[in-house]
Design a protein around this ligand. Structure first.
Ligand code: HEM
Length: 289
């Protein structure tokens, strides 16, 4: 007798993804940063940080989508007009960080990790790209709408939607219908059970990358800086591993900003030199007495 197959692999990809990510979705909703956000406890500082991370992530994701748009493992899901967020995020980031945003927006380590991971998938495992577009785009079309209203109220933003273009999908009239279409397209992707298993695992990884990012943002926002005279932005610049891009992002051949991974050690060096100089001066003074 053939046993009914209840494992997620026997299901359509859309159902398998929803089931596989149920637990991590709850985990993501309950990350402290998101819990506070849902209660309307979001500051401009926190919102700016999360928007900067979303810019880096979406710019990278969309770069990898463009690379793979004709690959049958992704092609049926190519909806640039409806879904792509890079241009909207550029408008938001300019609103939040000003015209020189490319020089000043932070890219904390968890965001860098997410970005590196997306490049790796786009270059070496394009069959897993669907896990990332599912996680971002269906997520942003779902919970994202609630978050937009919360941010608008908490941050007292204009109803014109300035600074919140990321949350608005002008070419999608019904998010519910679009999500149905997207699920149907995901289900047309031809994949072996093994690849389907890897895709569902990858979707969990995508959620975990988001959770890691939220946890780090929460630490950045609550960190009791040892040197209170440093603003968090200055402090980020000095954190080894580069949390803030110090220099104008170099243009890649595709014209996309390159995310810097070098950190500015100059302030630390200045402090060490100043301290050494002061100590030498005091020593000479004592010797002269
Ligand atoms: C405060 C946080 C969040 C809230 C309130 C929230 C809320 C929701 C809701 C209500 C749905 C169901 C919509 C529907 O069935 O039409 C949904 C779906 C979804 N959410 Fe979230 N969400 C949150 C965070 C996240 C995060 C951080 C991610 C991933 C980065 C995410 C990814 C998704 C995805 C991929 C779906 C589609 C599930 C499917 O239909 O297969 N969500 N979310």
């Amino acid at each position: 007798m053939e046993l009914p197959q209840t494992d997620s692999i026997s299901k359509d990809l859309s159902e398998a993804l929803k089931e596989a990510t149920k637990e991590v979705h709850i985990q993501a909703e309950n990350a402290e940063f998101m819990r506070n956000f849902q209660k309307g406890q979001v500051t401009r500082e926190g919102f700016k940080l999360v928007m900067a991370s979303l810019y880096h992530i979406n710019a990278t994701l969309e770069e990898e989508i463009e690379r793979n748009k004709q690959n049958p493992v992704y092609a049926p899901l190519y909806f640039p007009e409806e879904l792509h967020r890079r241009t909207a995020l550029e408008q938001d980031i300019a609103f939040w960080y000003g015209p020189h945003w490319q020089k000043t927006i932070p890219c904390p380590p968890a965001t860098q990790h997410y970005v590196r991971h997306l490049h790796e998938v786009g270059h070496s495992h394009p069959e897993l790209l669907v896990a990332h577009t599912y996680t971002r785009y269906l997520g942003d079309l779902s919970g994202g709408q609630v978050l937009k209203k919360i941010a608008q109220k908490a941050l007292d933003l204009p109803s014109s939607g300035e600074g919140l273009a990321f949350f608005t999908f002008p070419n999608i009239h019904s998010p519910t219908k679009f999500k149905q279409l997207y699920r149907a397209r995901m289900n047309t992707l031809e994949m072996t059970p093994e690849v389907k298993r890897r895709v569902t695992e990858e979707a969990k990884t995508a959620f975990l990358l988001n959770i890691e990012l939220f946890e780090e943002l929460q630490v950045l926002l609550t960190q009791d800086h040892k040197d209170q005279s440093l603003s968090w932005m200055e402090w980020l610049r000095q954190w080894p591993g580069s949390l803030v891009q110090d220099t104008t992002p170099a243009e890649t051949p595709r014209g996309k900003p390159h995310i810097s991974t070098s950190s500015s050690q100059a302030p630390l060096l200045r402090w060490v030199l100043t301290l050494s100089f002061l100590m030498a001066t005091v020593a000479v003074g004592i010797y002269a007495m």
